[in-house]
Design a protein around this ligand. Sequence first.
Ligand code: MN
Length: 232
Amino acid sequence: MNYVVAPPPVVSIPVAGGADRFPVRRVICVGRNYEAHAREMGRDPSREPPFFFTKPADAIVTETGNVPYPPETKNFHYEMELVVVIGKDGFEIPEDKALDHVFGYTVGIDLTRRDLQLAARDLGRPWDWGKAFDKSAPISPIQPASKIGHPSKGRIWLSVNGAIKQDADIADLIWNVPEVIAFASRSIRLKAGDVIMTGTPAGVGPVVVGDKIEGGVDGVANISITIAPPQK
Ligand code: MN
């Protein structure tokens, strides 16, 4: 095989507790999956079917540390989320078999250019430019389900410069992990390597250069990043 340009490197996330890495195929995100967050976004939190958007695999940042302030926004938001990683392919996965497809869990921040997302939403346009930009998905090392089990409750929190901004429980997910896997796998064939960001609780807000974001899900993982100046 002779590629006409260098093929992109495989994006991967460290697996906690060793040198192994999880190769990423794509990032699937659930929209509005906590009631109080749906309300703060001006939407009805009733239990409408879940909806999804995606980020490219190479939006993932695995080194904790600096994430540059992205271009073309004046309203750059954090969203702390429980992350599920898929270790086994499946299509039309029933809820009671869904956890068999989970390799493990971690946490990530669904970084969002909120001004671009809302403008697109209000015009009926795709969200991609608000959500799927470079370095928009900082993610912590993966905890295998074989070690931590399948968490269904636990505090999910985020602070900016030490002040708590998001504070909820993953038990408050409108659609829980088995339901999300069941729904997503009706529309697409889930594959080993898929990473699912399950949605954020209330309290989203803006950050600026120099802000330190910390957070996590108790019993799963923590994450810490600092917003760096724009990258040229
Ligand atoms: Mn999100």
